[in-house]
Design a protein around this ligand. Structure first.
Ligand SMILES: CCS(=O)(=O)c1ccc(CC(=O)Nc2nc(-c3ccccc3)c(C(=O)c3ccccc3CC(C)C)s2)cc1
Length: 244
């Protein structure tokens, strides 16, 4: 790995992250105190379980579509086979959405940017999966505490996505090679930022991420069994393709 290659790899991943975030950090910062009124919260809480799940699935699918775009611009990712790209996105896209949440989570009032304003956990009450929402908020809190820069977040997102341990990969060795180059990039960035201790903490967060995503899949299975019509006909196709 010549230093030039590593710098080029980092630059392209950071550029891809910036171009595939629906909102710039400044925009989210400017909206931080725009929270839902009691009446608006009441409207969310009076939705039925399947209406609220459908509403979240649409939002999540939109966030996942941007993650797919992010992946496509990562140099090593494009070189992988179609099947391996899908296999990595199937399990990794939700994890990257959760990692990106540290951009749109306000730790001061425990709210997340959702539907144009910042929402507390009470907004998601009608989802009937308080444990998933509490776990997602806790995870976002923990990640925000690491105060990642956009560059560190971009490299960490790529590292989470290009995971050679995913099931049903055809060319695991090739994924390992790309994973290692991204890891060298992240280590390089953290060293340059004089924050070497962060890598170990980020690996600990990755373990929490996996359990959070399996909790999400478990809830999705519960939901699809209880509301088969909504899950099969009204969920966005990409959501079904990736999560069902
Ligand atoms: C990510 C790029 S960005 O420009 O920063 C950006 C761009 C756009 C937005 C707006 C946005 O889509 N916010 C969403 N919030 C949540 C959410 C909802 C419940 C709690 C915590 C966050 C969404 C979800 O549906 C979600 C996300 C992760 C895990 C679980 C869920 C809900 C489950 C039940 C499907 S989508 C925010 C930020």
């Amino acid at each position: 790995h010549s230093l030039r290659n590593i710098d080029e790899l980092c630059a392209s991943i950071v550029r891809s992250h910036r171009e595939t975030s629906q909102y710039r950090l400044e925009e989210l910062q400017a909206l931080r105190w725009k929270v839902f009124s009691r009446e608006e919260i009441q409207v969310y809480q009076s939705k039925t379980v399947d209406e609220m799940w459908q509403h979240c699935a649409v939002r999540l699918t939109e966030a996942v579509q941007y993650v797919v775009e992010f992946a496509k611009h990562i140099p090593g990712f494009r070189m992988l086979s179609q099947n391996d790209q899908i296999a990595l996105l199937k399990t990794g896209s939700m994890e990257v959405v959760l990692v990106r949440m540290c951009r749109f989570f306000n730790t001061e009032n425990n709210t997340v940017f959702f539907d144009g304003k910042f929402a507390g956990t009470e907004v998601f009450k009608s989802l009937a999966c308080g444990d998933l929402i509490a776990a997602v908020f806790d995870f976002a809190h923990g990640l925000c505490a690491l105060k990642l820069t956009e560059q560190q977040l971009a490299l960490f997102s790529a590292l989470v996505l290009i995971n050679p341990d995913r099931p049903s990969l055809e060319d695991r060795v090739r994924v390992q090679r790309v994973h290692r180059s991204v890891e060298v990039g992240l280590t390089h960035i953290l060293h340059r930022d004089n924050h070497d201790s962060l890598l170990h903490k980020l690996y600990q967060r990755m373990a929490v991420l996996r359990s959070l995503c399996s909790l999400h899949m478990e809830k999705l299975r519960w939901f699809s069994q209880r509301y088969p019509l909504t899950a099969h006909s009204l969920f966005p196709p990409l959501y079904k393709e990736l999560f069902a």
